[in-house]
Structure formats: structure tokens, C-alpha cells
Design a protein around this ligand. Structure first.
Ligand SMILES: [Zn+2]
Length: 446
């Protein structure tokens, strides 16, 4: 098994090397640092709904003579900041932590800063004393002082101290588990491939656990509301989904394990190496397997979203329309053409409603501040419909070859819509400006 994993890792490293060498790397970051690694330790107090945290952030300066650095901090209280044991001065305002460096950093120089903090996360970390559960929801800077931007990728070592008897999942490989004298249990995970911070997280509870396999990937299903037999039924198609998306992506699933957990209450959520869905949703899948498209949507994010990530939130369709569309094509693969067509007609209907109400917008937004539910419909539903239209226009071979080339080229990096258009044009062997101008960059649909 170990050799097979090593082989898998080599393939991924090769693909990452190709992606890094790609000239199409999208983003020109305005930040003056590039975060390389976070080592974070969190101790939640589930009853009090608070946390204590400590993070060591390793970064490289991307500007010369850098005298201060900034991190996102959404509602946490920073107690101390140090570099090499020396206290640094800092201020906190507007959801930002500003730190004065003791000595300026040269461009390219790597530095390491330590931050102690505490707080009561608003929704980014859900602490449910009544259900004995703790799990994160997207807003990472509500439980980890860092950088939230989607084009900031870093590796992560995550240590979480939990009540006795909890089962837990975190990003990447589990590298440690020990019981303290007071009975608390300490879990440690390491995420080796750099990913955006919104895919950082963990989930813990008195979970039932099922272990299964998808080829050389270990699958793990967790829930305290559903028993093991029910979990096997809910996630019966996970292995097939991973195989299907690997084929569409041309890139293997990027980790040794994929965990799916059903938690008390959440929207579907993708994280690096796992996904979270609600118990209520799990029961809907038990009642009717045709409800499993959200499971497929979150699994698709392990490629489109987590590993090929929109460089800025205003091009969020590169995450969400892709996950929606790919999930619908999985449903087509699994249940037949009619299931796919049902999704297409829902997307078309939603887009027609947007147009009728004057709420249609280009898929590439001018900005993505305070999006409305109609804005989300543009990104999720119209976006998926546009991918369907492009598939219909280009035909199966050209379309899927373009998707594979795009995914392989940009795997492990940030993308813009231009990167996607370029890949599809290379596959088609002709410009696609007319299609992209009408359907993606404007809301002028001829
Ligand atoms: Zn999604």
C-alpha cells in the first residue's frame, strides 16, 4: 500500500510541477507576503462556545524592505505576537491584524511569526454542546488568524484538542493522536499540498464511522445520527464518483483519504480532503438516491475549487458552476441522460427567471461584495447552464479534452476565466470569443 501511495504522490508532484511551470499562472497578488505554511493549534471549549488558538505563520516577503504585515482576523482577539521569541507590536481593526516587524524583511526572505489568540467564533466554527459536535464552516479567519483570499495557498499542520472519545477529521494526513493526562485527546493532521485557507477545517463528534475504499484511496463516512448501515447507503456511490471525476479531470484524487461527514446543520461544504453535509440531507439521500447530486457536487470540488481555484471571488463560477455542472454529468453517468436533462432544464428556467426580472449578470462579476441570492443563482445555475451550452456547441471529444487540459494545467493553482477560455480554444482549435463574450463576460445572450 505504501508503494502505491508513493507512486500516487509522484504522479501528483509531476502534475504540480507542470502546473507551476505553466505561463498561464493567473494572479498578480497585491499582498506583500506569500504565506507558505500555517502550524495551528486550536482548543475549543464546546460548552462555552469559545476557542484558544496559537498559530505559527511562515511567509516569504514579496516586497522589498517590508516593515509590517497584515492578516485577516474576523472577530478573534489577539493576545500576543512574537517573532523568534521577541514580542512584536500589533493593532486590530476592520477584521485585520496589523503587525510591525522588528526588522524589515528583504524581498524573498522567509520569516515566521507566532500569534496567540482566543475568541467566540461567530459561524466559521460551529460548537454544538447539545450534540457534542464541533466543525468549521468556510470563514477560516473566524478561527484561524491568516489570509482568507482564494489565491493564497499554503500547507497546513492542524492540531485540535478535543473531548475524550470524539472521532475527528481534518485536512490531509493524520500525523498524530494522543490522550492527555486530563483525558482530552489531541489530533494532528498535515495538509501537504498547498490549498486556499477557505478549504482548511475539521469536524469532530461522537461519530459512527465506516471505512471503505475507492481503488487506492481510503474512504471514511462519519455521522452520529445515522448508523453504519445507513452511512454505507448514503455514500454508496462515492467510490464511483471519485473514479468518474478522476477521468474527467485527468488528475487522480489528490490525497490518500476522502472523508464525508454528516453534521448537525450545514450547507454542503468542501474542504481539502473531506466534505461536510447535514444529517437532514443524508436522510434525503436515504429516502431517494436521486438526491445524491450534492454529494457529487462536494466531491467534484476536490478538483474544481480546492485544487483549481478561482483567483478572485468575482470569478467564483470557476468553482461553483463547475461543481454543479460536473455533478450533473455524474448523475448522467450514473442514472442516465434524463437526470442530466432535468438539471439543464432547471438551470435554463432559473436563468430565464433572472432575465425576466432584470437580474441577469455576467458570470465574471465586477465585484463580489454582499452577493444576493440572485447573484448566487447567476454563479451556480446560469454558470452550469453555460458550461452545458459550451459542451453542446463543441461536442463531447473537444469539450472534455478541454476540461482535462484546463484541469491538468492549472491543478494546484489559481485560475481566471481567461485561463479556461484559452484551454477550451486550444482544444477547439479556434477562437471562442463570440461564445465567451456573450455568455460569460456580458449578459447579452444572442
Ligand atoms: Zn460548491
Amino acid at each position: 500500500m505504501h508503494t502505491r501511495f508513493a507512486c500516487r504522490r509522484r504522479t501528483l508532484l509531476l502534475l504540480l510541477a507542470i502546473a507551476v511551470a505553466s505561463p498561464a499562472q493567473a494572479t498578480l497578488s497585491k499582498r506583500n507576503i506569500d504565506v507558505l505554511h500555517y502550524a495551528v493549534a486550536i482548543q475549543p471549549d464546546i460548552a462555552a462556545k469559545t476557542i484558544q488558538g496559537h498559530v505559527v505563520v511562515r511567509f516569504a516577503a514579496t516586497a522589498s524592505l517590508l516593515r509590517s504585515v497584515e492578516f485577516d482576523n474576523d472577530g478573534l482577539t489577539v493576545d500576543a505576537v512574537r517573532e523568534a521569541g521577541t514580542a512584536l507590536s500589533f493593532t486590530q481593526h476592520d477584521k485585520r491584524l496589523h503587525i510591525q516587524l522588528g526588522r524589515p524583511a528583504q524581498q524573498g526572505e522567509q520569516r515566521e511569526i507566532e500569534i496567540d489568540y482566543h475568541g467566540a467564533p461567530r459561524y466559521g466554527l460551529q460548537l454544538h454542546p447539545d450534540r457534542s459536535q464541533a466543525y468549521t464552516i468556510f470563514s477560516t479567519s473566524q478561527w484561524l488568524v491568516g489570509i482568507d483570499a482564494p489565491d493564497e495557498r499554503a500547507t497546513l499542520e492542524l492540531t485540535v484538542t478535543l473531548p475524550a472519545g470524539f472521532k475527528a477529521v481534518g485536512n490531509g494526513r493524520q500525523i498524530g493522536h494522543r490522550t492527555l493526562a486530563n483525558g482530552l485527546e489531541v489530533y494532528r493532521w498535515r495538509q501537504d499540498l498547498p490549498v486556499p485557507a477557505y478549504t482548511f477545517g475539521f469536524a469532530a463528534g461522537n461519530f459512527n464511522e465506516v471505512i471503505a475504499t475507492a481503488g487506492e484511496v481510503q474512504l471514511r463516512f462519519l455521522s452520529d445520527a445515522l448508523d453504519e448501515g445507513e452511512l454505507r447507503r448514503v455514500f454508496a456511490d462515492t467510490a464511483d464518483m471519485l473514479r468518474y471525476f478522476e477521468r474527467r479531470a485527468g488528475v487522480p484524487y489528490p490525497a490518500e483519504r476522502y472523508t464525508q461527514a454528516l453534521v448537525a446543520d450545514t450547507i454542503g461544504q468542501e474542504l481539502a480532503g473531506f466534505s461536510l453535509m447535514s444529517e437532514a440531507y443524508g436522510r434525503e439521500v436515504l429516502a431517494d438516491p436521486l438526491n445524491e447530486s450534492l454529494i457529487a457536487h462536494e466531491a467534484a470540488h476536490q478538483w474544481w475549487g480546492n485544487m483549481v481555484t478561482c483567483a478572485r471571488w468575482n470569478e467564483f463560477w470557476l468553482n461553483e458552476a463547475f461543481a454543479n455542472f460536473l455533478a450533473a454529468t455524474y448523475m448522467e453517468h450514473r442514472f442516465g441522460k434524463a437526470e442530466y436533462e432535468k438539471s439543464v432544464s432547471r438551470w435554463r428556467g432559473r436563468h430565464q427567471k433572472l432575465k425576466a426580472e432584470g437580474k441577469d449578470k455576467p458570470l465574471v462579476f465586477p465585484d463580489w461584495n454582499k452577493p444576493t441570492s440572485d447573484d448566487r443563482a447567476v454563479v451556480y445555475q446560469k454558470g452550469a447552464y453555460v458550461l452545458h451550452l459550451l459542451r453542446a456547441q463543441l461536442g463531447e471529444d473537444i469539450f472534455w479534452r478541454g476540461i482535462r487540459d484546463y484541469t491538468r494545467t492549472h491543478f494546484g493553482s489559481s485560475v481566471t476565466t481567461r485561463d479556461f477560455q484559452t484551454a477550451m480554444e486550444q482544444s477547439a482549435g479556434k477562437p471562442l470569443d463570440t461564445f465567451f463574450d456573450a455568455w460569460v463576460y456580458s449578459s447579452d445572450h444572442r
